[in-house]
Design a protein around this ligand. Structure first.
Ligand code: BEZ
Length: 309
């Protein structure tokens, strides 16, 4: 059985007609019918109801159709990914989630540009889910995100687990917890979560954090982005949770308090195509670890081909 046979079969099922399928495939009808007959012979099953008009699949034919579609999609993915790997030596396109821009991403990219002056580096903001699709479509070579999204074609490396902090107004009553506080201390507050687009995202992660601890805070307010959330906190409208590195956003009258619950972390993941041996990705990882060392960040060194959870 060849991919060609699957394409023929899928076309007949979707067009519900041999004539239309043959037109779609730019072949004539007799060889198409012959190929489908051969396929049935090879599989030893009947894929279509005999004499049905429009053409209808049998139960086993429907089962085969669903798997054929999946296999063809996989083949298409492999084609796009391979084309990308073949042209990726001079350019590295990086997808990233917005929240990383307020942390170490600019520093990492700046250093990487200095280390790789001949490499063209392109940055594209997108959420973690979009990064997985973009990797498979060959639109990016590496993605940085915060969500644990799995896909068989992609491997994910946990770079570090960033602590979370609570941002409050400098005169807020929670400032008595200067050394740190727990989710249970903040559930009755107005809590701004963000962003309010491209879900799943950091706001999804914050909701899960509360639910996993058995809390259902009633005053979660979604806002467009982290700067807006921090601006509103500075106006004492409420509080918000940020990854530690977002403290770099300078707005007067803000205080940042560590969140002490054990699960109060936001992981940072690198995602790349399985088996992509692009040496630029390994160099980028070395550059990230260099920045972590400079910033005294705790991490576990990984190789590009290691998968992590
Ligand atoms: C980090 O904050 O750990 C990070 C940000 C961007 C890329 C890689 C790591």
């Amino acid at each position: 059985m060849e991919l060609r046979h699957l394409k023929y079969y899928v076309a007949v099922v979707e067009e519900q007609s041999y004539t239309k399928a043959a037109e779609r495939l730019f072949i004539s009808q007799p060889p198409l019918s012959r190929q489908i007959q051969n396929l049935e012979l090879e599989l030893g099953v009947q894929l279509f109801e005999r004499g049905s008009r429009p053409v209808k699949t049998t139960e086993v034919g429907q089962f085969f159709y669903l798997h054929a579609v999946k296999l063809l999609a996989n083949a298409e993915e492999i084609k796009m990914m391979t084309q990308r790997v073949g042209t990726a030596e001079k350019t590295l396109t990086i997808g990233f989630v917005g929240s990383l821009l307020f942390g170490l991403l600019p520093k990492i990219i700046y250093l990487f540009r200095q280390q790789q002056p001949k490499l063209r580096i392109e940055l594209q903001e997108m959420n973690t889910k979009q990064q997985i699709e973009a990797l498979k479509e060959g639109k990016i070579d590496v993605g940085f995100g915060r969500l644990r999204i799995s896909d068989p074609a992609i491997h994910r490396i946990l770079l570090r687990e960033e602590p979370l902090m609570v941002a409050v107004h400098a005169q807020h009553h929670l400032c008595i917890f200067e050394q740190g506080l727990y989710l249970s201390n903040i559930i009755d507050e107005n809590i701004f979560i963000y962003p309010n687009h491209s879900k799943p995202n950091f706001s999804t992660q914050m909701r899960s954090l509360f639910y996993e601890h058995g809390f259902d805070p009633s005053h979660l307010i979604e806002v467009r982005e982290v700067q807006l959330a921090l601006g509103l906190v500075a106006a004492d409208e409420g509080i918000c949770i940020i990854p530690q590195s977002a403290r770099a956003i300078q707005i007067p009258n803000l205080k940042f308090i560590p969140l002490l619950d054990k699960a109060a972390i936001s992981p940072v993941f690198l995602a790349a195509r399985n088996m992509d041996e692009n040496s630029n990705i390994q160099s980028l990882m070395e550059c990230i670890y260099q920045v972590y060392d400079q910033e005294s960040i705790v991490y576990q060194r990984k190789a590009n081909n290691e998968n992590a959870n």
